[in-house]
Design a protein around this ligand. Structure first.
Ligand SMILES: Nc1ncnc2c1ncn2[C@@H]1O[C@H](COP(=O)(O)OP(=O)(O)O)[C@@H](O)[C@H]1O
Ligand SMILES: [Mg+2]
Length: 237
């Protein structure tokens, strides 16, 4: 696992993200989170793997403030942004720039807005695409635009729910590399929590854990978890 201790200490002091025995039961009676405890130790790319129904999406809704835990303690000093499998579910306006405008803080001048949009498009490899109609973008470009929206909103915690599940291998690699870069930059590194079923993605992680029956297990290196889960590949782990 990468990163250094001093960075981790600063991160904890700002209250990165920590859950202690958090439980959540849906009104239907399904217990989706069961005394779930984990901490993100420092900024970086952290991945979760878990079978369907293990509580991953419920966990993301809770972290992003859409749900309140029934019990346990939850602390998050980071500003979250959610990204889903299908970017069509979150891109709303016709052009790249108009969509990003929705995510910008409200108090900016028009120059600041223009500059910010230019910068976040560059950060995701979509430079000069301000006026491109969204329907002309590939799936991977749309996913990168969704990522630019998260950057425009000044989020520092990316919650990515299988963001590459619908992408071809090249677009998948590009999204992985961009998120990895954002999470390892020397100034203001982002924190990403990335759900995946594609074991090869674990190689990009700073740490990876398995989610089972509403609980998150211990962090391992992505390489180790991938090796352990390979025998189960083919089944949804
Ligand atoms: N809106 C909902 N209402 C009732 N039960 C739900 C709802 N969303 C998820 N669940 C249930 O909660 C459990 C965890 O689901 P989820 O968090 O979506 O898991 P995952 O994302 O790991 O597949 C499952 O048993 C699922 O059926
Ligand atoms: Mg899910």
């Amino acid at each position: 696992m990468r990163g250094n201790l001093a960075e981790g200490n600063d991160f904890q002091a700002q209250m990165g993200l920590s859950l202690e025995k958090v439980s959540f039961v849906w009104p239907s009676g399904t217990k989706a989170l069961d005394k779930c405890s984990f901490k993100i130790p420092r900024p970086g790319l952290w991945m979760l793997v878990g079978s369907n129904g293990s509580g991953k999406s419920t966990l993301f809704r809770l972290i992003s403030g859409m749900l309140i835990a029934d019990s346990g303690s939850f602390e998050c000093g980071l500003k979250p942004a959610l990204m889903f499998q299908n970017p069509d579910h979150q891109l709303l306006l016709p052009s790249c720039a108009s969509d990003l405008l929705l995510s910008l803080p409200k108090n900016l001048t028009s120059d600041q807005r223009r500059n910010r949009i230019k910068k976040v498009l560059e950060q995701v490899g979509l430079q000069d695409m301000e006026s491109r109609p969204i329907h002309t973008l590939s799936g991977g470009q749309k996913q990168r635009l969704a990522l630019a929206g998260a950057l425009a909103s000044e989020a520092n915690l990316l919650l990515l729910d299988e963001p590459t599940a619908l992408l071809d291998p090249l677009s998948q690699k590009k999204v992985l590399e961009i998120v990895q870069h954002l999470c390892s930059r020397p100034v203001n590194p982002m924190t990403a929590l990335w759900i995946t079923h594609r074991l090869e993605e674990l190689e990009y992680a700073d740490g990876a854990a398995r989610m089972e029956l509403g609980k998150v297990g211990k962090w391992h290196s992505g390489h180790l978890l991938s090796k352990r889960l390979k025998p189960l590949a083919g089944r949804r782990v």
